[in-house]
Design a protein around this ligand. Structure first.
Ligand code: CAA
Length: 261
């Protein structure tokens, strides 16, 4: 069942801890309008607050994940309009989502769509996926993390090539470069992403949250600061019931039942 509060998203009810959110603006290849991005930020805020959601899977359609920011809407914005752009708040909100976010990507994943996919913690793509930052063809450049997250994901040379030529890479190149973790047959992308999400949903939510935060912190900082953060997070988890349960379950040779306490 999906939530009709949203007009450009299909937000499913969580099942076994996994909530699926599907971008749904087929008439414009899921181009991200300000309103659509706002809906996504809101859906993720709701997913954060909902204890029955442990993991979110974000996907598009069989043909496209998202073809970027909506160019027609962008054309109406001047410099002042961009300075006051509410999209920034939505991007920040999406980037702060603390639960695991898995992206299932088929077809075009371009511009703001690629930038959105890079907000996911795990990216799984069909063999038909195409990742690109084509903004240069419009006389602009990526503006939602494309020059920053992409270089961290694929390294300088490939990031430069993608951003400066605007040419997309295919799923195999994306896998080799480390942008995605797995390639599947296109018809299995969502199934595989749901499988990975289901595995994650069985773990302790507290451990998931701190492990995610620790990895993201490490990408943002020097090694010593990252290691200190990891040590604090590891120590905090020593005080949780989930740790007691995880260790007891291992010793008693039974599956753990984590409660998020
Ligand atoms: N914005 C608005 N509308 C878009 C769109 C976009 N980014 N991408 C596709 N559409 C619309 C098309 O205008 C077309 O609508 P009409 O039928 O009303 O004309 C419809 O979606 C189908 O698109 P095409 O006919 O172009 O489909 P195609 O299969 O021939 O080509 C494509 C697919 C290669 C993805 C092509 O649509 C394309 O190049 N899209 C633009 C990609 C792009 O430049 N993205 C970057 C945007 S800028 C950005 O993202 C900046 C940022 O975040 C900061």
């Amino acid at each position: 069942m999906s939530n009709s509060l949203y007009s450009m998203l299909d937000v499913h009810s969580p099942a076994n801890g996994v909530q699926q959110i599907q971008l749904h603006r087929p008439e414009a290849l899921n181009a991200l309008t300000t309103a659509m991005l706002g809906e996504l930020a809101l859906a993720l805020e709701e997913a954060e607050a909902n204890e029955s959601v442990k993991v979110v899977v974000l996907t598009g359609s069989a043909r496209v994940f998202a073809a970027g920011a909506d160019v027609k809407e962008m054309a109406e914005r001047d410099m002042v309009g961009i300075l006051k752009d509410p999209r920034q708040q939505s991007w920040q909100s999406i980037s702060r989502f603390p639960k695991p976010l898995v992206a299932a990507i088929n077809g075009y994943c371009l511009g703001g769509g690629c930038e959105l996919a890079m907000h996911a913690d795990i990216l799984i793509a069909g063999t038909d996926a195409k990742f690109g930052q084509p903004e240069i063809n419009l006389g602009i450049m990526p503006g939602a993390g494309g020059t920053q997250r992409l270089v961290r994901a694929v390294g300088k040379s490939l990031a430069m090539q993608m951003v400066l030529t605007g040419q997309p890479i295919n799923a195999l190149q994306a896998k080799e470069a480390g942008l995605i973790s797995e390639i599947t047959q296109p018809e299995l992308t969502l199934t595989r992403a749901m499988e990975v999400a289901s595995q994650i949903a069985k773990k302790s939510p507290l451990a998931l949250r701190l492990a995610k935060e620790s990895i993201l912190k490490g990408m943002d900082t020097d090694l010593n600061t990252g290691l200190r953060f990891e040590r604090h997070a590891f120590t905090v988890l020593a005080g949780t019931k989930d740790r007691e349960e995880g260790i007891a379950a291992f010793l008693e040779k039974r599956p753990a039942k984590f409660t998020g306490q």
